[in-house]
Design a protein around this ligand. Structure first.
Ligand code: FMN
Length: 153
């Protein structure tokens, strides 16, 4: 049987989203799912247009509800070129802070809105972590993945 694969794209400012991604990747490696983590930073949008496996996007939120600085070129390029992504199945783990009430987790939400508009298919329910709720994203990320996403990989 061909092994299961998952591409994890991380958009982070201070590394929290990466920690959550790494914990999910560790769980995957122990459960026969091959993962590749790419931190978005002037990354070519080819990673999405050419991907064959399902994709997990882990993105935090900065500025006034924006994707992290390092991911802005990628996000803007994707929006500008608007490739058809109907071959993609993707899951979303967003990070934010309810203290920013009006823009809570908009970084991740911007990615889902854009991918949906490019015909990608969402798998499972997106999760939006609230940094003010007393949990750490990496504590809840694996449970979310196991209970909502794993079956679709
Ligand atoms: C300057 C600054 C701006 C932020 N803006 C928002 C925001 O608009 N909406 C939101 O939900 N969270 C916002 N956050 C919270 C971060 O998204 C949250 O702390 C997240 O866990 C950081 O993840 P990272 O380390 O992967 O970048 C902001 C944090 C900082 C420091």
């Amino acid at each position: 049987m061909e092994s299961k694969k998952l591409l994890i794209l991380v958009a982070t400012m201070t590394g929290t989203a990466l920690m959550a991604a790494e914990d999910i990747a560790e769980y995957c490696s122990e459960n026969d799912i091959e993962t590749k983590i790419i931190e978005i930073d002037n990354t070519d949008i080819k990673v999405l247009t050419e991907v064959k496996s399902p994709v997990l996007i882990c993105s935090s939120t900065y500025g006034q509800g924006d994707v992290p600085d390092s991911a802005q070129n990628f996000y803007n390029k994707l929006k500008e070129l608007s490739p058809n992504l109907n071959h993609i199945r993707y899951a979303l783990f967003g990070l934010g802070d309810m203290t920013y009430r009006d823009t809570f987790a908009y970084g991740g939400k911007k990615f889902t809105d854009l991918l949906d508009s490019l015909n990608a298919t969402k798998i499972g329910d997106p999760f939006y972590h609230d940094a003010s709720d007393g949990t750490l994203p990496e504590e809840v990320a694996v449970d979310w993945f196991v209970n909502n996403i794993k079956e679709y990989i």
